[in-house]
Design a protein around this ligand. Structure first.
Ligand SMILES: [Mn+2]
Length: 433
């Protein structure tokens, strides 16, 4: 039997700042996700769906949304839904008529559901005013497949908050799978020799705090290309002769023929982290747990992905150069990261230290890429790098400061740091005058 484990839909929550029509669209598609999930379950023969809390964003969701969810559940008669309410949606659906295939959990005791012979789902909601979960009532038959549902922080040690779950208290309780909600980033691990746990994460990211980060740094890259057309290549060779370009032409002799290779060195943005390469590894979606194999599989399911492309521009010489390497990088990204597409939500964060003014950079990057994605923004976290040699001859307090540091500090790294810090202070004081 296959079971979906999903959590943290936060239905009804506001997505990131968008224009009015896009905001409506985004809100709608976050709610549509649940219907898409039901369709997925039907297509894949899934018989049960566990919702591990924060299904709704608030304790009193809009009647229209709540009603629609109930109708969608009722229509999917062949699937049983097990909804454990979290800290955001505490008490939702209490004292309401529910579809027969929708089951809620309680705060007071562990609720048990035997969903098929030998397969048990149980769970307990967060109890008010208590430090951590109380697992005294958790008695599981070692001969059954036991799935436990909880919403809170998995910790090692003494619980402090009411939603703290001490993993030690769950050891040797015959748990096969612990389906967790609350933490929006997907993660998984083991409880003991028998059981494992997983946070499915939220199904759809809303803000950039839930973005996948990709980090780029500026590096000198030497690339060589073979020049195919001989005539053409000689013409090109003639052109580059005497120019100040770093391009060089090498003649390579092989047994049969001569080919020309052009080598050029250019600054390029190179990706630093390799956390994910494909759609599947992207962390927004749900788990499918198979009670027969006791294996879980993650399914990436979000409609739009949120990316923060952090670009370190240290080493760039001008706004124009910065713009050109960013242009190359985004063109490259389409090839190298097919997971970023036009429907996604993308932020470019510009970081690092440069020694030029970058007042128009943000607008120019927005102009280049603004309409390529569902939403695009640029955040500038660049800082100005001060060049000590500019002040070395100055008959001023700053000049005196630089000369003193140059004479008395040998360590280059230390010197740079002191000069930079000092100049920042001087510049700030200058500005106040
Ligand atoms: Mn929560």
């Amino acid at each position: 039997m296959k079971i979906i484990h999903v959590a943290d839909f936060h239905l009804g929550a506001s997505p990131i700042k968008l224009e009015a029509d896009k905001k409506r669209e985004r809100k709608k598609e976050i709610i549509d996700n649940f219907y898409r999930l039901i369709m997925y379950a039907k297509e894949h023969g899934i018989k049960a769906v566990i919702i591990a809390g924060d299904f709704f964003d608030v304790k009193e969701p809009r009647i229209k949304i709540a009603q629609r969810i109930k109708e969608e559940i009722e229509e999917a008669k062949d699937i049983s839904f097990f909804y454990l309410r979290g800290n955001h949606d505490e008490g939702v659906f209490d004292n309401e008529a529910l579809p027969e295939n929708l089951h809620l959990f309680s705060k007071d005791v562990f609720s048990f559901f035997e969903i098929e012979a030998g397969v048990c789902i149980c769970g307990k909601e967060i109890t008010e005013n208590s430090a951590g979960y109380d697992f005294d009532g958790l008695r599981l038959d070692p001969l059954k497949i036991n799935i436990v549902v909880l919403h809170g922080n998995l910790i090692k040690g003494v619980p402090v908050l009411k939603d703290d779950i001490n993993i030690k208290n769950l050891e040797n309780k015959n748990i096969d799978y612990l389906a967790l909600g609350h933490i929006h980033k997907r993660s998984e691990g083991v409880i003991d020799e028998r059981g494992s746990y997983a946070y499915s994460g939220c199904i759809e990211g809303r803000g950039f705090d839930e973005a996948e980060e990709i980090v780029y740094r500026l590096k000198n890259v030497t690339s060589s290309e073979k020049v195919k057309d001989k005539e053409n290549s000689f013409y090109e060779a003639g052109k580059s002769e005497g120019s100040s370009s770093k391009e060089t032409l090498k003649r390579e002799s092989t047994a049969s023929e001569e080919t020309l290779k052009r080598e050029s060195t250019a600054s390029k943005l190179v990706r630093i982290n390799e956390s994910f390469e494909s759609d599947k590894e992207y962390y927004k979606g749900f788990y499918v747990y198979d009670t027969e194999s006791k294996q879980k599989e993650f399914v990436s399911f979000c409609k739009r992905r949120i990316f923060n492309l952090r670009i370190d521009l240290t080493g760039s010489k001008s706004e124009n150069e910065a713009l050109s390497v960013i242009k190359d990088m985004v063109a490259d990204a389409k090839e190298k990261m097919p997971c970023i597409s036009a429907i996604d939500i993308v932020r470019v964060t510009l970081e690092g230290k440069v020694d030029y003014n970058f007042t128009t950079l943000s607008d120019r990057v927005v102009n280049l890429f603004g309409d390529r994605f569902f939403y695009f923004e640029v955040k500038v976290k660049l800082s100005k790098f001060y060049n000590a040699s500019d002040y070395l001859e100055d008959k001023s307090f700053i000049g005196e400061f630089i000369r003193t540091v140059m004479e008395s500090i040998d360590n280059e790294e230390q010197r740079a740091l002191i000069i930079e810090t000092g100049l920042k202070v001087f510049k700030r004081k200058e500005g106040k005058r």
